[in-house]
Design a protein around this ligand. Structure first.
Ligand code: PMP
Length: 348
């Protein structure tokens, strides 16, 4: 791996971060706060939240078995995706490599930041080859994006290939584990100490049932976390989000129950979906959604919209011709989808 200084944009490496009122004192038990130009009325929303979200990070740390200093919290994982570009990729000069198809925000953030985005097509089993990604990389490649389980294909990426890439690539490897809770594959978090160039993304938006509060997690070396923390907005995670996250972390057993239920429902729904006459193929899934090839994705998507049922039409995405991506819902929602498609099949 190159040194972190070599990988970081020089202006970011040399940046003196904004020092917020709330981060300038530490370890003092204060009761009079006249430092941040807040309104003394309307407790508790009158006060700025903890800029480093230590209480939340400590609670996450207990569940994820990762020290709080290795955790960055963002306004969704989407904030972390944007920040890795801003920290490591010089606009108009550096590039990143990513698998294709995958989550669309990696490319959107590359385009916003004027960073070249090099796509390497997955194979017909939606797997990648470390060698092919490395071939696409050059001296200016700072980041490689992987997503496992991958969106929209739903499958875990081959672990041996991920490890090969982590060992051979001189830049940073991001593994987005937004859907890992639904997979039998262990998270890469346990290997964080082994690979100084690894950044793992997870989120409160999926298994945790908290897409509305916008809370994403990045796990990496303390040095990488330090750089991301330096360039984030000072109070990027608001108080209401921090409070709701604490409540969810206290009832982690609930999340484990949801995951178990959704995995059972996934198997049930995929079995029923594969028996429909409009289904060509249901691809295996390690996530809370699955990809299916159907006879006519556009027609079926439009028909379902007419029935008030929304799935994701992935027809125009690489390797996903005539494919729909279906999220696993409640038993009742899943049954409605199957019934609607049985009706569709009677009409055509
Ligand atoms: N990563 C992947 C792979 C996703 O599919 C999504 C959302 N669809 C995200 C990240 C975004 O997560 P967040 O809500 O935390 O921004």
């Amino acid at each position: 791996m190159k040194t972190l200084q070599e990988l970081t944009r020089p202006n970011i490496w040399n940046l003196k971060p904004y020092s917020s009122a709330r981060s300038e004192y530490k370890g003092v038990t204060a009761s009079v706060f006249l430092d941040a130009n807040e309104n003394p009325y309307n407790m508790p929303n009158n006060r700025y939240p903890d800029p480093m979200q230590w209480e939340v990070k400590i609670a996450i740390s207990r569940i994820k078995k990762v020290a709080p200093e290795h955790i960055f919290l963002g306004n969704g994982s989407d904030e972390a995706i944007d920040l890795v570009y801003r920290a490591f990729c010089e606009p108009g000069r550096d590039n990143v490599v990513a698998i294709d198809p995958t989550y669309g925000m990696y490319q959107v953030c590359a385009d916003v930041n004027n960073v070249a985005y090099r796509k390497v097509l997955l194979d017909e089993d939606f797997q990648f080859s470390a060698d092919r990604l490395l071939e696409a990389a050059d001296e200016q490649t700072k980041l490689i994006f992987l997503c496992s389980p991958n969106n929209p294909t739903g499958n875990d990426l081959n672990r041996a290939e991920i490890v090969k890439l982590l060992t051979a690539f001189s830049g940073l490897v991001i593994v987005d584990e937004a859907y890992n809770d639904f997979s039998e594959m262990p998270s890469l978090l346990a290997d964080l100490d082994k690979y100084p160039n690894l950044i793992v993304f997870q989120t409160f938006s999926k298994a945790w049932g908290c897409a509305a509060i916008r809370l994403g997690m990045a796990f990496a070396s303390t040095e990488i976390i330090g750089i991301l923390s330096k360039i984030k907005y000072p109070y990027n995670i608001n108080l209401l989000t921090q409070k709701q996250a604490m409540e969810m972390l206290r009832k982690y057993y609930e999340i484990e129950r949801w995951v178990k239920t959704l995995k059972t429902e996934r198997e049930e729904l995929m079995k029923k979906f594969s028996k429909l006459s409009c289904t060509v193929k249901v691809f295996p899934s390690d996530a809370n959604f699955f990809l299916a090839r159907v006879t006519d994705a556009v027609a079926i998507y439009n028909y379902l919209v007419g029935e008030g049922i929304i799935v994701r039409n992935r027809n125009s995405i690489s390797l996903c011709g005539n494919c729909l991506r279906v999220t696993v819902g409640t038993r009742m929602e899943n049954d409605k989808l199957i019934e609607a498609l049985q009706q569709y099949n009677k009409q055509v």
